[in-house]
Design a protein around this ligand. Structure first.
Ligand code: CP3
Length: 341
């Protein structure tokens, strides 16, 4: 079925579009009172994420309430470790915690390759419900974490500024690290393919912790696994967003993905020179949305002007912060829509 608004997909394929498509990482979430109400009703983040009807409901909210050009399925990157046998908890005000972690060969041997139908059926069901409710209005984005970012959580057990427990393993036991990374990669490929089969129109890979690695470590422990994912996913376009990996932009540009996501530390002109043949996505500093309406309009126009001439999808440089005023978000989205390339 043809989508009414397929700007995102055409831009992802490198086609010229009548205007720039726009969506926001973390658009389905706490910025919206309507999200907070559904989350309240669900009882917890995990209840919400594992109840397909409710996950679909909050996925649709930003399309209806903010006017974005794509929906992104409401879930989390940490559902993959859970499907491999390592459950997580979401602690209020603190974030995700894994009661058990993986640090040695015995623990690693107990993990399975995720079976999407058996272990992640609730996400696939949420995608099906969302697709029906969207009724071809806009594309639906599916996603997964990049293997290195998932490795960080599975070994460290919680968020961290340095992820030094995870990084230590890269130096002390590279064989263990590669074996775990491969298991995560195999699980992720199966999961992303399953998302495409049930209707995801584009898949984004989030390497949120790429920036903690040295260029050499990134080349050894992250890029080869993202490459496997990009090569395996032939069903729909893929976006690679590697937060903080400014040093690897040229190599990321060589992957067989369609879109490269930029964070706000990445200079736009420099990024275009390094990645000339792909669609770029990004990269407004989410803190700009704390500014005045005039400041937001000025910054957004400046950003689009710098991307002009290359296929482009407007977004923030990372997820929107939960205390952002939704009216400022609407200003961001409207300004992109008014500025036609
Ligand atoms: C690293 C990472 C995680 N999750 C995710 C990433 C990669 C993207 C990034 O770098 O931000 C991805 C993610 N998590 C969530 C989405 C939903 C879709 C979207 O709107 O983008 C997506 C794409 C929902 C969520 N995932 C989480 C929330 C907030 C929890 C809540 O609503 O109670 C939401 C809406 C929780 C979460 N989940 C995670 C953390 C560190 C936290 C706690 C921090 C926080 O609270 O924002 C892990």
């Amino acid at each position: 079925m043809k989508l009414e608004n397929d700007l995102l997909l055409r831009a992802a394929r490198g086609e010229k579009t009548e205007r720039t498509p726009v969506w926001m990482m973390r658009q389905a979430g706490r910025i919206l009172a309507e999200y907070r109400a559904v989350r309240e009703k669900a009882g917890s983040f995990i209840q919400l994420a594992t109840t397909p009807e409710l996950a679909a409901e909050v996925t649709l909210q930003p399309v209806d309430l903010l006017g974005v050009d794509a929906a992104i399925i409401f879930s989390d990157i940490l559902v993959v470790p859970e499907a491999m046998g390592l459950p997580y908890e979401m602690v209020e005000q603190r974030g995700p915690v894994f009661p058990k972690t993986v640090k040695n060969t015995e623990e690693l041997a107990k993990l399975r390759i995720a079976d999407p139908e058996a272990d992640l059926g609730y996400v696939l069901e949420a995608i099906k419900i969302t697709k029906k409710a969207l009724n071809n209005r806009v594309p639906l984005i599916g996603f997964a974490g990049a293997p290195f970012t998932i490795f960080c959580y599975m070994t460290e057990g919680k968020g961290s500024k340095t992820f030094s427990v995870a990084k230590k393993l890269l130096y002390t036991d590279p064989v263990f690290a590669h074996t775990l990374l491969q298991k995560i990669t195999d699980s992720t490929i199966a999961y992303l393919k399953a998302q495409a089969v049930v209707g995801a129109n584009l898949l984004q890979v989030f390497d949120s912790w790429a920036g903690i690695l040295s260029p050499a470590q990134y080349r050894e422990f992250s890029l080869p696994y993202i490459k496997q994912i990009c090569d395996a996913i032939t069903e729909v376009p893929v976006t690679v967003f590697a937060k903080g990996a400014y040093f690897a932009r040229a190599e990321i540009g060589q992957l067989s993905c369609s879109v490269v996501g930029l964070d706000w530390n990445m200079d736009i002109a420099e990024s275009r020179a390094l990645i000339p043949h792909k669609t770029l996505q990004g990269n407004l500093d989410p803190c700009v949305l704390y500014g005045s309406y005039d400041q937001i309009k000025k910054e957004v126009r400046q950003m689009i002007g710098q991307f002009e001439g290359q296929p482009y999808i407007a977004n923030l440089g990372h997820g929107v912060y939960p205390d952002t005023n939704p009216d400022k978000v609407r200003c961001f989205i409207e300004t992109v829509k008014e500025y036609s390339l």
